[in-house]
Design a protein around this ligand. Structure first.
Ligand code: CA
Length: 234
């Protein structure tokens, strides 16, 4: 997400006419657009400035769209970026292969810009609730992203900046277990060196702030695996 609030879409396609058409339609609908004409350029651009979504053509010179998709899923900065594959091939087997490679959705050519935009919005809503919603909720917990405010059962909760980012990340992926290393990458940023133990310190602070009296512990510790936001506690 960028400062001006417009989601960034990376178009990976070697057909210039289609790129022009896609760019026009996306910009008209309030997206920012970057483009790459082959897979290597796409991987470079995506790792330097991870987009909010990748539109990835199947048939590309040098490296196939599938391979680009796999590599994006392996990149520490791009593994969570939603990917929509574009392809002229309509066979079911190809579709399955596309989804197995880690793509979030699949759109067959030719498609209408309206259809594609609807799919883009749906994938973005699923992948990054914060793009479409200013408010995150989990159980009796709410986070107002615009006002930077957290409440539990009506009680204001004051968090330090790191605890706030940790909780935001958990609330965007409720129930999912993240290792210390993943949390360091996702919450602290991949180029900051912090010891994994630091995560425990901030989790402890977050727990203390969230859980008062007899309230359920919303953070689950998964031994030797990591942490999750989970009302079943533990
Ligand atoms: Ca192509």
């Amino acid at each position: 997400m960028t400062a001006n609030g417009k989601p960034l879409v990376l178009i990976v396609e070697d057909e210039t006419d289609l790129v022009t058409l896609l760019r026009y339609n996306l910009e008209k609908e309030g997206f920012r657009v970057t483009t790459a004409a082959d897979g290597e350029e796409a991987l470079l651009i995506a790792s330097e400035q991870p987009p909010n979504l990748v539109l990835l053509d199947w048939m590309l010179p040098l490296m196939s769209g599938i391979e680009v998709c796999r590599q994006l899923r392996r990149g520490p900065r791009t593994r969570e970026v939603p990917i929509i594959m574009l392809t002229a091939r309509g066979e079911e087997a190809d579709r399955v292969r596309g989804l197995n490679s880690g793509a979030d959705d699949y759109v067959a050519k030719p498609f209408s810009p309206t259809e594609l935009l609807a799919r883009i919005r749906a994938v973005l809503r699923r992948a990054t609730p914060s793009l479409s919603e200013e408010m995150l909720r989990y159980e009796d917990l709410s986070m107002d992203l615009a006002a930077h405010r957290v409440r539990r059962s009506g009680r204001d909760i004051h968090l330090g900046p790191t605890e706030f980012r940790l909780l935001r990340h958990f609330m965007q992926h409720p129930g999912r277990v993240f290792s210390r290393e993943q949390l360091l990458d996702l919450v602290w940023g991949h180029d900051v060196y912090v010891e994994p133990r630091t995560v425990d310190v901030h989790i402890r602070r977050l727990r203390k702030a969230l859980n008062e009296d007899e309230q359920t512990d919303l953070i689950r510790t998964v031994r030797s695996a990591g942490y999750a936001l989970d009302h079943k506690g533990g």
